[in-house]
Write a protein that binds this ligand. Sequence first.
Ligand code: SF4
Ligand code: SF4
Ligand code: FES
Length: 457
Amino acid sequence: MSEMVEVIVDKRAFNAEKGTLLIDLLIKEKIKVPYFCYHEALGADGNCRMCMVEIEGQKRPQIACDTLIKEGMEVRSTGENIEKVHTDILELELINHPVDCPTCDQAGECSLQNFYMDYGLNDSKITIPEKVKGLKKVDLGSNVMLDQERCVLCARCTRFTDKITGTHELGIIGRGDHARVSTMPGRKLDNPYAMNVVDLCPVGALTSKDFRFSQRVWFLKTVDSICHGCAKGCNIYIDHNKMKYKDDQLYRFRPRRNDEVNGFFICDEGRLSYKALQEDRQEKIVLHGKEILEEEAIKAFQTLVEKYKSNITVVIDANLYTEEIEAILDFSKEIAANVCSPLEVYIDEEFEDDMLKSANRAANSKTIENLNINSNIPDKSGLLINFNHPGEFEAELKIDFRTHQDAKTEFILPLASYVESSGHITNEDGISQYCEKALSKNDPVPTVIEWLEKVRS
Ligand code: SF4
Ligand code: SF4
Ligand code: FES
């Protein structure tokens, strides 16, 4: 059983588990400590020497990432002495670093830039021509670009491919000033989680080919959401921005830590799935190949529902929010429709792996199961109303609510995507999670719930 002990940090007392890392306590208690190489997912490496603290009874400063908590330990993270240590180590880190933060894509979310503002602010003793040059735009593969000059050799990226994916594509070659991150000879960075190294890199050395230089990060707004790429339900940040005279737009998905679901990471396919959410969107209401107005569409919908009464099937996409699924069930009851959500169509065995990716590509299929919704293919019906389900079904007449232009039916109504709405999904392990609305479009298309309110009126 773990033993709790008291430690003093900067004259404040804390209880911590004996034998755990001091840096974890400092991070947890939000005590400022600079660090590059430590990461909670990768453990300590002790190479950057930035996380120095003073410990009572020790002659020299110690690195917090390799110091174990002991009973009665007294730690100083601030004060003239230790700040001088941080400043000196930072100066070493910066010897060959280019002094061009304004042109770096990491500016605004760079640890080196932040620490320089906290501990540096000293003039460089090395002139620009004296700096050792590295390669500036190395395409490592998997959408990841390397700028060798910006690298602080923290080895987070190499440890990721060693410890997390076990693919070992990256290593540090050379000695001293000429040490460089590189792919192994004849290899590219190539694994389904490779883009996580971009988030792990504390500086602007690794950037995403997809995102780099598309936005300054301080313009981005961020919401908490859940990836809909499969039933794992990885937690993500959605970064979006509405530029002047333009529409609100997605710029990137990033992993959001959740130890119960995805830990620190997401897969590359999920990360890049934001693109499809703004391509080939269904934005118009189409009846018999012609665009019609919303009022006409509502009347046509109501007439068809009346005409096919008691011969209607409603099909639900297992990616919709739980609130939307429940609203469709209520509506289906009112019009005496059969309801189903065939789940077989979402199974993709090739996608699955033993890290995060699930063969079940329906983000909310658990809710379909929990609500006992029929998951078989429906028999041919008179009228089929499909709420964005990707399957093809037989019916005399079909109405499709679609987020994307992928329906070939006679009557198509546009539907808001999950980033344009909010609600819950339950992942394959039964964990219900909330997705915030990210985008507010200039011309929003209705959500499922808004459509149901309209057609009831
Ligand atoms: S590229 Fe980034 S993550 Fe990799 S060693 Fe350099 S600074 Fe660290
Ligand atoms: S594993 Fe599934 S939920 Fe997680 S990021 Fe990838 S596609 Fe999205
Ligand atoms: S974080 Fe402790 S040495 Fe790098």
